[in-house]
Design a protein around this ligand. Sequence first.
Ligand SMILES: NC(=O)CC[C@H](N)C(=O)O
Length: 222
Amino acid sequence: MRFAVIVFPGSNCDIDMYHAIEDVLKEPVDYVWHDDADLSSYDCILLPGGFSYGDYLRAGAIARFSRIMQEIEKAADQGKLILGVCNGFQILLEAGLLPGAMQRNENLQFICSTESLIIENNQTPFTAEYALREEIRIPIAHGEGNYYCDEQTLKELQQNSQIVFRYKNNPNGSVDDIAGIINKRGNVLGMMPHPERAISDLLGSPDGKKLFQSILKYWRER
Ligand SMILES: NC(=O)CC[C@H](N)C(=O)O
């Protein structure tokens, strides 16, 4: 299974993401620069965290217009797996690949902490290795993680089981304690917490490993 880690000017979790794939899955992984225009050889596309274009205007608002985004939209249409973490999630929202938007954290502070998350849907390619309602510990580090959507969208997310992760103790004011959502088709996941920073006890938690293992399992069994 071939993985691409997309690198924007200002990405800063790309190396962690690369090593998560290399260390946990031992599968081929490449960095792909945002101005490149071919993702056809990749099975899974990873948008890492960071401050693309300095988070100017809004986090993800400029990266959304990168050349690579057309390729990512094409890959999503083809049913390939797309994972956006933190700034990657923000970019997917700005691009309209996931519904809703990010606001500044409720307390207007950048929050850096390890949070308990609840697995709300383990029937996705990204979470099949977890138990339903399993509680996991994953770090967060963001200033704009306060997920918002209108009532109609929230109802749809709830009814279609598109809310994949919820915070146990909501740190940022996100609606319905949302930490991560998936698209209706089930191949595009966005989440604010960083699973790539939780792949061993040495890093404080190994709980992110199952997310990457779920991706590989899905690909092998599909
Ligand atoms: N870790 C990150 O991806 C930082 C997220 C982001 N740009 C924010 O502060 O909201």
